[in-house]
Write a protein that binds this ligand. Structure first.
Ligand SMILES: *Cc1c(COP(=O)(O)O)cnc(C)c1O
Length: 382
């Protein structure tokens, strides 16, 4: 007979009959995986799990799903979207290498390249997307990586993906595309080497958990894996479960939000107190033809400028449904003034070229009815 103190450490788990399974995948909430014999411990088999920082079945399930959606062989999930950039940078670059990236990118990416990579002796060239066609001119013999986004966050610039990848491939330079705004079902047909996504956005979908993923073919993911394991920005199984759960409604949410975003963009375009509206699905987007060719769906973000006479404090404080918060891809609609959030590190010149003014706004459309959302803006702009 075991003592009760021992019993609580070693009680019998419930085993299901082999013909009887749960409908949803279990959460393997365990940091460690044991082997049943000494012999198996000495010679683990392929597919065995050992330690959740290395791999965990619940996390693995999500990685396999996301690789499949993006049309690549493998993926590694992380605890946040920025890790899906920082860890590949660490894994693929070394002192003396050079990277090219674009000023209109997500702000923390600029920090990673300008501060973090610089510190480790990796130099960079910062371009604007209107220079993307001349990318070749900016490649150096030691250029190893080009980082880009489409659409960019927040200004929704649409660069020509196949032009960028063709120039990079011809020079044997890797491309890493932050595909967060387009989503997992888009851009897979392009010759992009690695796709990064923040899972905090459309994958989780409910604004409650954070995650990130890097997706690519096996050889590249295998180069990143040892760094990922040893840096340890590990996505935990419970969060992985919630993100996998979010993925079940990914297409329904994404499409509903796209449809509302287009309606919203059209409404804003005709509003006298709105000056410029950017949405890839709107014919007057500067790269509408390219956006149409590259994207099946245009996303849930609308970027616009309020007229300078709008009292912004009054505008924001009157909003009832649009929440004043960063991030995107939630079920609630969100709005943020862009300059302070996205450009604190940019010079005045760079801010102008990146289209970030004092009046610039980004909205992320949620799942409210578009009628209520339009009315919310209508009343706030009265
Ligand atoms: C949010 C975001 C990230 C970073 O993701 P986190 O989950 O916040 O770390 C990276 N790139 C883009 C384009 C994003 O929108």
């Amino acid at each position: 007979m075991k003592d009760l103190e021992t019993e609580v450490q070693h009680f019998e788990p419930i085993e299901l009959n082999s013909h009887n399974r749960p409908l949803t995948f279990p959460i393997y909430q365990s940091a460690k995986f044991e082997q049943d014999t000494f012999e198996n411990f000495q010679a683990p088999q392929e597919g065995d799990y050992f330690y959740s920082r290395v791999s965990n079945p619940t996390v693995r399930q999500l990685e396999v799903l996301l690789a499949k959606l993006q049309g690549r062989e493998d993926a590694l999930a992380f605890a946040s979207g920025v890790s899906s950039l920082a860890i590949p940078f660490l894994a693929l670059l070394k002192a003396g290498d050079h990277v090219i990236f674009f000023a209109e990118c997500y702000g923390p990416t600029r920090y990673l390249v300008r501060n973090f990579l610089e510190k480790f002796g990796v130099t960079h060239t910062l371009l604007f997307y209107d220079q993307a066609n001349d990318l070749k001119k900016h490649l150096k013999p030691n250029t190893k990586l080009v980082h880009f986004e489409s659409p960019t966050n927040p200004a929704l610039v649409i660069p020509d993906i196949s032009k960028i990848t063709a120039i990079a491939r011809a020079a044997n330079v890797l491309t890493l595309m932050d595909n967060t705004l387009a989503g997992f079902h888009q851009h897979g047909e392009f010759e992009v080497d690695l796709f990064a996504h923040s899972l905090t956005k459309y994958a989780s979908g409910h604004g409650d958990v954070m995650g990130g993923v890097i997706i690519g073919n096996k050889d590249l993911i295998n180069r990143i894996r040892p760094v990922a394991i040893n840096v340890g920005s590990t996505l935990d199984p419970h969060t992985s479960y919630l993100i996998s759960r979010g993925m079940k409604t990914y297409f329904v949410r994404y499409r509903a939000q796209c449809a509302s975003a287009l309606e919203m963009a059209k409404y804003l375009r005709n509003h006298p107190k709105v000056q410029k509206v950017v949405y890839p699905g709107l014919e007057d987007h500067p790269s509408f033809a390219l956006a149409k060719k590259q994207m099946k769906e245009s996303g849930s973000i609308v970027f616009f400028d309020l007229a300078p006479e709008v009292d912004q404090a009054q505008f924001f404080n009157r909003l009832r449904y649009f929440r004043l918060a960063g991030s995107l891809g939630s079920t609630e609609s969100l709005i943020v003034p862009c300059k302070k959030l996205f450009g604190p590190d940019l010079s005045e010149d760079e801010l102008v070229r990146a289209q970030l003014n004092d009046t610039t706004m980004r909205v992320s459309i949620g799942l409210e009815t578009v009628k209520d959302l339009i009315q919310d803006l209508e009343l706030a702009l009265m």
